[in-house]
Design a protein around this ligand. Structure first.
Ligand code: FES
Length: 103
């Protein structure tokens, strides 16, 4: 069963911005890119840097530490530093609240 849990109010996240939350012990980064919500694990698969605040362009986020780009749609990594994708989570907006499913 998909278990969505509330993260924060939809109005708190601007477009092309990201915000980290911990839900059920998972570090999750919620992003709004081009008006669409995405949720990925908030830990770069290269050397574990937090991705919060990384530059968002199109549907990609760049790791603030060494710049690996990840596709927010499926977590896939671009470039040579890592081939390991990010875990992606289902995310939705319900009645002004962003909700994420981490299980
Ligand atoms: S830790 Fe993210 S690119 Fe190196």
């Amino acid at each position: 069963m998909t278990d969505f849990q509330p993260a924060f109010a939809d109005a708190e996240l601007s477009d092309n911005d990201s915000r980290a939350v911990t839900i059920s012990g998972q570090r999750v980064l919620i992003c709004r890119a081009g008006g669409t919500l995405y949720a990925v694990e908030n830990r770069c698969t290269h050397q574990d840097a937090e991705l919060e605040g990384g530059r968002i362009r199109g549907c990609f986020i760049s790791c603030p530490l060494h710049g690996v780009r990840f596709d927010l749609r499926d977590g896939s990594a671009m470039g040579q530093l890592t081939k390991t994708p990010l875990t992606v989570y289902q995310v939705r907006e319900v009645a002004g609240m962003i909700e994420v499913a981490v299980t």
